[in-house]
Write a protein that binds this ligand. Structure first.
Ligand code: URA
Length: 285
């Protein structure tokens, strides 16, 4: 007999199941979930689709950036075995859950970027981090080492993290795409839409309190639509129960260091949300 759920639990479950369906993941919830949840998800979908449509179509300026069909292209179902992450996650072992996602990614050939890569760049940092950074995709140094943000932009990111009073090992860092785009070009929508479900799964496991999107590509694929960075910076966006802050990509800050002040203002918003105070300068400095 179907179990009765209170309305808050039911709403949370509907949201959760819809989230996974957005990612193309369906197998894992078929067995245990209350039939009423399935029905509620079905019922909630047309409204969501309509709302998304109107958001994406709302500004001619946005659609000039990215054709609408690309902006709203549903993420492709991942060709992977049934998701077991949820049961591992229930054990509270986030590192193990992330390893399952990495195993699922395998020696990925899902998009053309695999042809030019040396190493897949999955992530770096603490699976239990309260703060997560999302970049665009690996560059040459990252492709060589298999770790995100280890080149010049990475050094600047390390400095930004230190300015927040944290160590790099205390945060979690990942990218929209896990293989280096040729010549460090921006990932194509096809590539980003193929790879980003893995990022979403990583985010869902780490569940940081605050996510920082570094640059327009990260902001676009996290928020699901493209908008100029200026309109996204300087505030907290609600993102699947987490707080998302958008700021400049460190590579851009290397090209235009005058914008570092603006990026610092964004990071201070993140710090406030996390209850962090900047470290005191060493005495005498
Ligand atoms: N730029 C990114 O967006 N990610 C990296 O990992 C390195 C540089």
């Amino acid at each position: 007999m179907a179990r009765q759920l209170d309305s808050a639990t039911r709403d949370a479950l509907v949201e959760r199941v819809r989230f996974y369906r957005d990612l193309g993941l369906t197998e894992f919830y078929r067995r245990p979930v209350n039939a009423a949840i399935d029905a509620a998800v079905e019922a909630s979908e047309p409204a969501t689709a309509a709302a998304e449509q109107s958001t994406f179509a709302s500004s001619p300026e946005e659609t000039a950036y990215l054709p609408e069909e690309q902006a709203i292209a549903p993420r492709k179902p991942i060709s992977a075995p049934p998701l077991v992450t949820t049961s591992v996650l229930a054990s509270g072992d986030k590192a193990a859950a992330l390893q399952l996602i990495r195993d699922d990614l395998g020696d990925c050939t899902r998009c053309a970027l695999h042809k030019g890569r040396n190493k897949i760049v999955f992530a770096d940092g603490d699976p239990n981090a309260r703060l997560m950074f999302v970049g665009e995709g690996p560059g040459a140094d990252e492709d060589a080492q298999g770790l995100p943000f280890v080149g010049r932009a990475g050094q600047l990111l390390n400095n930004m993290i230190a300015a927040m009073g944290l160590k790099r090992e205390q945060v979690y860092i990942a990218n929209v795409v896990k293989c280096r785009p040729p010549g460090n070009r921006t990932p194509e929508p096809e590539e980003a839409n193929t790879c980003s479900p893995f990022l979403f799964r990583q985010i869902d496991v780490v569940r940081p309190q605050v996510l920082v999107a570094l640059g327009a590509t990260a902001a676009t694929y996290l928020l699901g639509h493209r908008q100029p960075l200026a309109g996204l910076r300087g505030r907290v966006h609600a993102f699947r129960g987490m707080q998302l802050i958008v700021t400049y990509h460190p590579a851009f800050l290397l090209r235009d260091p005058r914008q570092k002040k603006e990026a610092w203002a964004d990071l201070q918003i993140a710090m406030k949300e996390l209850g962090l105070k900047p470290p005191k300068p060493a005495s005498g400095s």
